[in-house]
Design a protein. Structure first.
Lengths: 588, 266
């Protein structure tokens, strides 16, 4: 294999030397590209657009939660009489917004950004490979993702609007829902296919295409994280793909996988064979969706590890411990899924099993967090913009993790299940957690991708405003949950315990809109920085292999095949003049 | 309803088992707070002490830190305690030891989009037969008009009456999609799964007017799928029962024989 690699490398280098002689046409180079970097950027830009769209849906929804039944000025009228009659949100539209927000953020925003974009762009560079192992499969992966995403968005124009049964799509509700649900299922099949193709590619690439000298325990933690993530995607997604096809058949081919006998919908008996089980879907869905949580968080932890090592100027504390914890986390994530289902009437044996595994899985998370915090100890911390985001990640991920405890324990879950406490909990993991890590990654690798440095002042404004607002959004949700407020309520003020704390909803909504404003400096910075002067080759003075390539790296990545001489984070070695010792530097 | 009882923390608890749940939630939160403050203090200390500044360099060799092991082990110990000292026993006591049906009020609950249908056995203590074939707008439960056991049954929509200080068993099912039976003040929650009949029980400790809220997204009317929970004194409950018992020989059109037992009136 290494012979092939070297050969491939030389061939690519040859192309570059020819410069223009073999120039690919525009559509091959930038649209149907097989270059992992172009595909990474395609994934990144598409996912950022989807993320922003998913966030916009939530900002709309927050209007109804803050001011139930009041017409939304200006925008309300624009959205048409079906969605917002007289500017007032219809309950159907509210449910569409909720379902689509969850789906878009998870499947079209964060996973493609964390795995599709960062994984694609950074992993081959960090392992010293000229490209992914299967460049064409990589291209197909993106071109399954994009139509999947567009199909999902197109569902807003289906009769009855987009899917409205929650991102979890529990049948029988989803089985009898409007056409939007069919779009949702078809789109999910495409998105899952895209992830599966990507995951196989990552596994083979990481196993086969590592540079000479790059043993498993010399890999940057980011690569380990992506490696475990790929296994999770590969093993957890197929059951959901099967389940999606089964639900599709329930809807289109009159099967009854998820429909029991004797259903009466709005007074009319449902004419189906029956005999199915609604809970089967929940098992299949959560068998994916729990590992999915770790698909969202592991790459984020990988980015955090890179940024922390680089900015504390010292090796990561407990590198091997981190790797073992990530692998253990991956294994355990397959046996906790039914903790989402404690209220479905499961027996005590099963619930004891699942709450025990849930407590066990918290241990590697505690270890990982401890390693990160210990990595700060004894460092010389540079508060660059990526480091600010990474610093904020730690306590906020801790909040997200800790608040999982009362939900994972069956007895306390009786009260907290399906309340806003749950919303607060998982958002602390994925929004101030993962999304902050992704921002750290964007600021950190922007010079790699573009060769330009982002404006640090704008970055700091972006960070502090986002940090303030995002806590304003999610912290009050714990109090809403404690007060017993259910999630997914179109009008919480119908209930006495909702009316008592309605002021929190107003506060959260304004924080969410503030959070949107906080993204403006980022959006401006993202584009305006493209016109900055060329940055230094290794602007963060980093040790890992991606900085051995020119920025932006040419097709084929490295001018000469890199060789790895040492561990990934050799910062502040005693007795050296510079405080970083790159993996690829030959001298002792 | 007394609006002043509700605020930014738990709503009042009017159940016999709820105190254990609240206690567990309190303990877990104290544990979380201690961990977070402990971690947070060390974290902030590191951020300040080890900031980059002229003359300060990072230490290459990792600190030998025994206390991290102490923290990790104590987290494990506390979690094991929470799991086997609190959560599992509470859950087992609650789930595995429901009151006997003969000592309790048994209510059948059939959820539908977007209403709660409560079915009481009436004075004879026997539930009338129901079937999907009989379901209609006037007969949401599909009561069999021919069944003598059903003659004195009481059916209510979105009105859940039961007496204080007596165990109540609710057998929950659903006609159409998954709903969730959720009464915050009683600390009960149980999904209503179509095709299954799942019992849940509780015992109220004080009378009052409270709310039941659907906790599982069930369609566009999910948010308004609420019911009044009316916990009565035994006298009020008996009075309500008597007032709502169907009058004798109510369906005049039915071919019911004359020897039918009339429901006793007060």
């Amino acid at each position: 294999m290494s012979a092939t690699t070297t050969h491939g490398h030389a061939a690519h280098g040859g192309h570059d030397a020819a410069h223009g002689h073999h120039e690919l046409p525009f559509w091959r180079k930038y649209i149907f590209s097989v270059d992992h970097k172009v595909i990474g950027v395609q994934y990144g830009v598409t996912a950022l657009v989807f993320l922003f769209f998913g966030f916009t849906l939530m900002m709309l929804l927050r209007w109804q939660l803050a001011y139930p039944g009041q017409p939304l000025p200006v925008i309300g009228k624009l959205l048409g009489e079906n969605a917002m009659p007289g500017g007032v949100m219809a309950p159907e539209f509210y449910n569409q917004l909720g379902a689509m927000h969850g789906t878009i953020m998870v499947f079209m925003g964060i996973v493609p950004l964390a795995v599709g974009a960062f994984g694609n762009y950074v992993v081959p560079l960090q392992i010293g490979a000229p490209d992914m192992a299967f460049p064409r499969i990589n291209m197909v992966s993106y071109w399954a993702f994009l139509p999947g995403g567009l199909l999902m968005l197109a569902s807003f124009f289906a009769p009855g609007g987009a899917a409205n049964s929650g991102w979890t799509s529990y049948p029988p509700l989803a089985d009898i829902a409007t056409t939007g649900q069919t779009f949702w299922l078809l789109a999910m099949v495409l998105l899952i296919t895209s992830s599966l193709l990507g995951s196989i590619n990552f596994i083979v690439t990481i196993v086969q295409l590592r540079a000479k000298g790059l043993t498993f325990f010399r890999l940057p933690f980011f690569v380990h994280a992506q490696f475990v993530t790929s296994f999770l995607l590969l093993l957890a997604f197929p059951p959901l793909e099967a389940a999606a096809v089964m639900q599709l058949m329930d809807r289109l081919a009159a099967t009854s996988f998820f429909l029991p006998s004797g259903l009466v919908i709005s007074g009319e008996p449902l004419r189906v064979a029956g005999g199915g089980s609604p809970l089967l879907w929940q098992h299949l869905f959560w068998f994916l969706a729990h590992p999915e949580v770790y698909v969202l968080i592991l790459p984020a932890m990988g980015i955090i590890a890179e940024v922390i090592a680089n900015n504390t100027r010292k090796p990561l504390w407990g590198y091997r411990l981190l790797v073992y914890s990530a692998i253990f986390l991956g294994f355990m994530s397959f046996v906790v899924w039914a903790h989402h289902m404690f209220m479905t009437g499961m027996g005590t044996t099963m619930s004891t099993f699942f709450q025990t595994t849930t407590m066990i899985i918290s241990i590697p998370s505690v270890v990982i967090l401890t390693c990160f915090i210990m990595s700060l100890y004894g460092g010389a911390i540079r508060y660059t913009v990526p480091m600010l985001f990474a610093t904020a990640f730690l306590p906020m991920f801790a909040i997200g993790g800790l608040t999982g405890l009362p939900l994972g324990l069956t007895a306390s879950d009786i009260y907290l299940h399906d309340t806003f406490y749950v919303i607060g909990h998982f958002h602390y993991v994925v929004a101030p957690g993962t999304i902050f890590a992704l921002f750290a990654g964007i600021y950190y690798w922007y010079p790699k991708v573009t060769g330009k440095q982002m404006n640090q002042t704008l970055g700091k404004i972006h960070f502090w405003l986002s940090f303030l607002c995002i806590n304003g959004v999610f912290m009050p949700m714990f109090f809403q949950g404690m007060a017993g407020l259910s999630r997914r309520l179109y009008d919480p003020t119908i209930y006495v315990h909702g009316r008592a704390i309605q002021s929190l909803n107003v506060f959260i909504s304004w924080s969410a809109w503030g959070l949107a404003i906080a993204q403006l400096p980022f959006i401006w910075n993202f584009f305006a920085s493209l016109r900055h002067p060329k940055a230094a080759e290794n602007p963060w003075q980093s040790t890992t292999l991606e900085w051995a390539a020119p920025s932006p790296p040419p097709h084929g990545n490295f001018t000469t095949p890199p060789v790895v001489y040492r561990d990934p984070y050799e910062y502040s070695e005693p007795g050296r003049s510079s405080d970083f010792h790159p993996q690829f530097a030959r001298e002792a | 309803m007394d609006e002043t009882k509700y605020g930014f923390w738990f709503p009042p608890d009017v159940s016999t088992h709820g105190v254990q749940i609240d206690q567990l939630i309190d303990i877990v939160h104290w544990f979380m707070l201690i961990l977070f403050v402990g971690w947070g203090t060390f974290f902030v200390y590191c951020l300040i002490k080890y900031r980059a500044r002229p003359g300060h360099t990072a230490t290459y060799f990792p600190p030998k830190a025994q206390f991290t092991k102490v923290i990790e082990v104590s987290v494990i110990v506390v979690e094991v305690l929470l799991l086997f000292g609190f959560s599992t026993p509470v859950w087992f006591r609650y789930k595995n030891h429901p009151p006997a049906e003969k000592d309790a009020l048994v209510v059948k609950l059939v959820a539908e989009q977007f209403a709660w249908n409560f079915h009481y056995a009436g004075k004879d203590g026997k539930f009338g037969k129901t079937s999907e074939a009989n379901m209609s707008g006037d007969n949401p439960l599909g009561m069999d008009p021919e069944d003598p056991d059903g003659k004195d049954d009481i059916v209510t929509v979105n009105q859940f009456h039961f007496p204080v200080n007596k165990p109540v068993i609710v057998q929950i099912s659903s006609k159409d999609v998954i709903h969730s039976f959720n009464i915050p003040v009683l600390r009960v929650k149980q999904d209503a799964v179509p095709g299954a009949r799942i019992p849940v029980w509780f015992q109220a400790t004080q009378p009052g007017h409270f709310e039941l809220a659907c906790a599982q997204l069930c369609g566009l009317g999910h948010y308004r799928m609420r019911a009044d929970v009316l916990i009565d004194t035994p006298e009020d409950y008996a009075k309500w029962q008597a007032e709502n018992a169907p009058p004798p020989a109510e369906p005049p059109t039915s071919a019911a024989p004359d020897n039918q037992q009339p429901a006793p009136q007060k």
